[in-house]
Design a protein around this ligand. Structure first.
Ligand SMILES: [Zn+2]
Length: 260
């Protein structure tokens, strides 16, 4: 089998008489991990919009003064030129041009810690072989927002909610997991931990592991999914202290749940 070969592609022998194309391409990439590899090479894990998480070897990168100038630092956004042989194998990294080093992430321990958490979460939700351009944009935007000095804790919370939704683990806030009644966002809801949804108070008792949530809390979770990382202040997300003496009653006098 011979795959189509046009420059800058190169056809090389592979397997039992078969040929496959080694495709050299350039792509934005976020550096996730970097390890020493051999005497002068680096083993780099990176995340791209269209191929997701990849690993590659940067030959001679520890001595190179031209091909990877300041580009292979964790969290950096770079334009990376690499050759991939086949899915799951190591890529060969040719060069990297720094697009944004996000220096503020490296000078603030809290921000670096949150950035590391975001990288770990991306690795788990989008392992090798699973790509999503939206996840790449989410990670890039979160780094940009933290580098601009926006609140790390809030950025991480929003990132977590959106990443979980992109990975297929979003909380269903639309209806009770047990009786199916739609939730209209007025009464109290109970977080149903087993099903990753909300339940109404008739169907589930609140507990330490399945806490009751106010309409404000549910609203914040909803906004987390769609709100961009801009103008991040707690007040603009509707976050305010809960003051009711009975946290499991509705502040509106209504249950907030429609009959199905
Ligand atoms: Zn119910």
């Amino acid at each position: 089998m011979i795959m189509v070969d046009t420059k800058p592609f190169a056809v090389v022998p592979h397997g039992k008489g078969f040929f496959c194309a080694m495709i050299t391409e350039a792509s934005p990439a976020i550096i996730m991990r970097v390890k020493d590899f051999g005497e002068s090479d680096l083993l780099v894990t990176f995340f791209t919009p269209h191929k997701g998480q990849l690993k590659g070897v940067a030959k001679g990168a520890r001595r190179s003064l031209k091909r990877f100038v300041n580009a292979l630092d964790i969290c950096s956004l770079i334009n990376l030129e690499f050759t991939s042989k086949r899915e799951g194998s190591l890529c060969l990294l040719h060069s990297g041009k720094l697009m944004n080093p996000y220096p503020a992430l490296r000078s603030d321990f809290g921000a670096l810690s949150k950035a590391s958490f975001m990288i770990e979460m991306t690795e788990i939700l989008f392992p090798v072989g699973i790509a999503d351009p939206n996840m790449f944009e989410l990670l890039k935007e979160a780094f940009e927002a933290m580098a601009e000095g926006r609140p790390n804790g809030l950025i991480a919370l929003i990132f977590e909610a959106r990443a979980m939704a992109l990975g297929g683990y979003g909380i269903n806030l639309e209806r009770c997991a047990v009786c199916g009644r739609p939730y209209r966002g007025e009464g109290m809801a109970v977080f149903n931990r087993e099903k990753g949804t909300v339940s109404c108070l008739k169907c589930q008792e609140p507990s330490a592991l399945s806490p009751a949530m106010t309409p404000d809390t549910v609203g914040v979770l909803r906004r987390c999914r769609v709100k961009p990382f801009t103008n991040q202040r707690a007040s603009c997300w509707g976050m305010k202290p809960w003051k009711s003496s009975n946290p499991f009653s509705s502040s509106t006098g209504s249950t907030g749940w429609r009959k199905s």
